[in-house]
Design a protein around this ligand. Structure first.
Ligand code: GAR
Length: 207
């Protein structure tokens, strides 16, 4: 059984997709130990509570400085002892000591085709604003393992999504979620739970 902790900052539609996939058997052999958010008002915490999953809030603002938060956050996750940490719209930089402690055991969903439209300043709706500003014709989503770079870890899977006329950032965000994110992230978790992935030389191979 793969024990996971899901970290979220906002509404939690990706968390919902994971919970639904566990219910309908698209993800097998997986249990959510807890959901953690940096934001007490996150809809995701409500979604977790409604399902009887432990919902934890840890905000950097409640700590004297960033180092204190980083250590407390890493300690809290370590106490939960998950096999995998899933960043499902988590907009806080993962502390370096946590990346080391959970090497190749943290995955992230990003709403673009990495290495385009990623890195510092590219998160949530901002990604889709920049995509439309640039006028690209195809965007998408990427699920990847987390290393100490920003959106630079080994890529597990990607899915393209076409830009359409009259797209706004909000419309495009929704389409990228529906056509890519809510499919890719549950699939990647199921692949990991069933031992189908191997990482070698910063590449992910399907066994
Ligand atoms: C998702 O689009 C996710 O890809 C993005 O935040 C959104 C969260 O939505 N993540 C990032 O931008 C990470 N750099 P959700 O709370 O409804 O799942």
């Amino acid at each position: 059984m793969l024990k996971i902790v899901v970290c979220v900052s906002g509404g939690g539609t990706n968390l919902q997709a994971i919970m639904d996939a566990i219910d309908n058997g698209k993800i097998t052999d997986t249990e959510i130990l807890a959901v953690i958010s940096n934001n007490a008002g996150a809809g995701a915490l409500e979604r977790a509570r409604n399902r009887g999953i432990q919902a934890i809030c840890m905000s950097p603002r409640s700590y004297s400085d960033r180092e204190a938060f980083d250590q407390a956050f890493t300690d809290r996750i370590s106490e939960l002892a998950p096999d995998l940490v899933v960043l499902a719209g988590f907009l806080v930089k993962i502390p370096p000591q946590m990346v080391r402690a959970f090497s190749n055991r943290i995955v992230n969903i990003h709403p673009s085709l990495i290495p385009s439209f990623c890195g510092v300043g590219y998160y949530g709706l901002k990604v889709h604003e920049k995509v439309l500003e640039r006028g690209v014709k195809v965007t998408g989503a990427t699920v990847h393992f987390v290393n100490d770079g920003m959106d630079e870890g080994p890529i597990i899977a990607q899915k393209p999504v076409m830009i359409e006329e009259n797209d706004t950032p909000e419309i495009l965000q929704r389409r990228v979620m529906e056509q890519a994110e809510w499919i890719l992230l549950p699939q990647a978790i199921d692949d990991i739970a069933n031992g189908r992935l191997e990482i070698r030389d910063n590449h992910v191979y399907r066994l």
